[in-house]
Design a binder for this molecule. Structure first.
Ligand SMILES: *[C@@H]1O[C@H](CO)[C@@H](O)[C@H](O)[C@H]1NC(C)=O
Ligand SMILES: *[C@@H]1O[C@H](CO)[C@@H](O)[C@H](O)[C@H]1NC(C)=O
Ligand SMILES: *[C@@H]1O[C@H](CO)[C@@H](O)[C@H](O)[C@H]1NC(C)=O
Length: 608
């Protein structure tokens, strides 16, 4: 029987419920259990692919091409698992399922209602998805963390709260625990318990009893014993059921903070976790994880040397839009024993026009770029700021500053090279100039049978390293010398097949391609300390203890040539890919796509 831990929120959202939920999952993993996670978002949207990044943060892509949000990324990273689009439940998805069933006549003409039809659909979904294997054991998870988005008491989350109320009886007391995350505001040094009392009261009114109350303090001061006693008293729980989570130096310390308050022992007792049979191997793995995690946090505290990276992008005012990129840099910096100093530069400030309209911004932006140890151009859509990005790439290439280009950054590195090395002065991307006569980047979607026409290349796809790359490709060494690697993709445009030979003659090497050799997926410069571009989004598969290889190489190179040498050697010796060699393009993706006819590039107009 799967054990379910539901994490709900009260008072306000955005106080780190996701981090508390994933830290709890991580701690259970250290005891040798297999853990999965489900995120419930009480919105009507069906997927995050169509939502604005400014409003919503990053669109996070899963192996199966599911476009979700950064919370699932959090779970994948903390729990070291691979989730699917079904691990994200939304009101829209549930309603669609119920309505489709109604249309098919599955309800035999009965009146279809929120209770029981919608609430049953929610429970069925959770039960089904909680049993899908998510790690390399290929076995059913022992524990499923269910994070309920929003706050209890919202109109939006009401059907989900009711579903959870019923669910505790469906699965039984011993298999269901609830952690309620609440805010404890600190007013002039006094920790206030009223909001927590109110939200717990509301929760009880809806038929859910908290097993643990996680009190978030948005300051660096821990929960006072008197506050804890008061919450215990007024919320009718034992003192051991009240946890304090204050601000700590980094989110990686949150699991340790929870552990020190006995959360593992509490859950073991409450859910009778000791009755789950654990193999010796799993127990040892758990112990190893516990040890590595503690080492990681200590190492992080003791890193004094800095590595300075500048990220040249769009939406730079919203760090959330590049969450996975930031995480990948952070994980890589841990590995290199460096403190990450990350600067954001809005690419349009690097353009000559800004020199005229806002010289201060222009000089600030260039000041950051020229003093950086490494320059990163991440993914993005649309034309704004791209000329600025191209200028930053030119600087990195000519001055031999470590450079990493992801997706759009990769494409712009090709455009820059075509213009400034191969002499194709008006080279551009067909995404920006559909009628360009010299596009370096063209529209090359995958062809979908079901959707009639091209679709985005989405989800896990293989990249094969060329034979000639064995000796020198640094990227290949970072992947442990593998012949073939798997990363997640999300794009429609690619390098123009007609321009490849010209680019290669100029000295640009496409070291990684798709299996048919038609799509250019990795570029490198041989006579440069680290100049790497990937069409894929490797940032989606980074792990705190296993940083994404392209990012690791980049941060190492930005830390100094000897650091890069060290990391290359260590990756060659011990890199373990997050996806097995025989990983597969998800069936779902295959059903909708087939490869392009050989040698035939499709030139259509941009479809934003
Ligand atoms: C789940 O999908 C919804 C609908 O698009 C999206 O808004 C939400 O952010 C997604 N949640 C997660 C955790 O991916
Ligand atoms: C993460 O999972 C992969 C396989 O899915 C495994 O090879 C690796 O050892 C795991 N990492 C940790 C730190 O447990
Ligand atoms: C491109 O050409 C087509 C027809 O040849 C024209 O309709 C369209 O407006 C042009 N687009 C641009 C951006 O110039």
């Amino acid at each position: 029987m799967t054990k379910y831990i539901v994490v709900s929120g009260g008072v306000v959202s955005g106080i780190g419920k996701g981090v508390i939920a994933s830290s709890t999952g991580l701690l259970l993993k250290t005891t040798g259990l297999k853990v999965t996670a489900i995120k419930i978002d009480p919105y009507m949207n069906i997927d995050a692919g169509t939502m604005r990044p400014q409003e919503h943060g990053e669109v996070y892509v899963l192996n199966d091409g599911g476009e979700v949000d950064l919370d699932l990324g959090n779970y994948e990273r903390y729990l070291n698992v691979t989730l699917s689009r079904d691990n994200n439940i939304t009101t829209g998805k549930i309603y669609r399922e119920v309505i489709e069933k109604e249309r098919r006549g599955d309800y035999l003409g009965k009146t279809v209602q929120i209770v029981p039809h919608v609430t049953n659909a929610i429970q069925d979904w959770i039960e089904r998805v909680s049993k899908i294997p998510v790690d390399d054991t290929g076995e059913e998870p022992d524990v499923c963390i269910v994070e309920l988005g929003g706050t209890v008491g919202d109109i939006e989350s009401a059907p989900f709260v009711e579903a959870m109320r019923q669910f505790q009886f469906r699965v039984g007391y011993e298999n269901f625990a609830l952690i309620h995350v609440s805010l404890v505001p600190d007013m002039h040094g006094e920790q206030k318990t009223k909001p927590t009392q109110t939200t717990v009261h509301a929760l009880r009114g809806l038929g859910l009893l908290p097993d643990l109350i996680a009190c978030r303090l948005i300051i660096q001061k821990s929960l006072e014993p008197a506050t804890k006693a008061k919450i215990s008293m007024f919320c009718h729980v034992a003192a051991e059921q009240v946890l304090g989570i204050h601000d700590v130096s980094s989110v990686y310390h949150v699991p340790l903070l929870l552990q020190s308050q006995g959360i593992i022992q509490f859950l073991q007792k409450r859910l009778n976790l000791n009755s789950i049979h654990l193999t010796k191997e799993m127990t040892e793995r758990g112990q190893q994880l516990d040890k590595s995690w503690k080492e990681l946090t200590t190492r992080q505290e003791r890193a004094f040397d800095e590595v300075s990276i500048v990220l040249v992008g769009k939406y730079t005012d919203l760090a959330d839009s590049y969450m996975s990129v930031t995480k990948s840099l952070e994980h890589s910096a841990f590995r290199c024993h460096r403190k990450l100093r990350l600067k954001w530069v809005d690419a349009s400030n690097l353009e000559p026009e800004t020199q005229v309209t806002n010289p201060a911004k222009y000089h600030d932006a260039w000041g950051a770029v020229v003093s950086a140890g490494g320059i990163l151009v991440p993914g993005g859509f649309g034309i704004r700021g791209t000329e600025g990005m191209i200028l930053a790439i030119k600087w990195a290439r000519e001055q031999k500053i470590p450079f990493l280009g992801i997706c759009l950054g990769f494409q712009l590195a090709v455009v820059e090279f075509a213009r400034n090395v191969c002499g194709v002065k008006d080279a551009t991307s067909a995404e920006f100039e559909p009628n360009s006569t010299s596009p370096a980047i063209v529209f090359m979607p995958e062809i979908s049978k079901t959707h009639m026409g091209g679709t985005m290349r989405l989800g896990l796809r293989p990249t094969v390293f060329g034979e000639q790359t064995k000796e020198w490709s640094r990227l290949r060494q970072l992947y442990g010398g593998a012949d073939k690697i798997w990363e997640r993709h999300r794009h429609r445009y690619e390098v123009n097949p007609k321009m490849i030979s010209q680019l290669e003659e100029g000295g640009l090497s496409f070291t990684g391609k798709d299996e048919k050799g038609e799509r250019m997926q990795v570029l490198e410069l041989q006579d440069h300390p680290y100049f790497v571009g990937l069409q894929a989004h490797p940032e989606f598969c980074t792990r705190p203890l296993n940083p994404s290889p392209p990012f690791l190489g980049f941060v190492a190179a930005a830390s100094g040539p000897h650091v890069l040498e060290e990391q290359l050697a260590s990756q060659m010796a011990s890199f373990k890919p997050p996806h097995p060699d025989d990983a597969m393009v998800s069936e779902d993706a295959l059903r909708h796509t087939e490869a392009l006819p050989p040698g035939k590039e499709v030139l259509l107009t941009a479809d934003q």
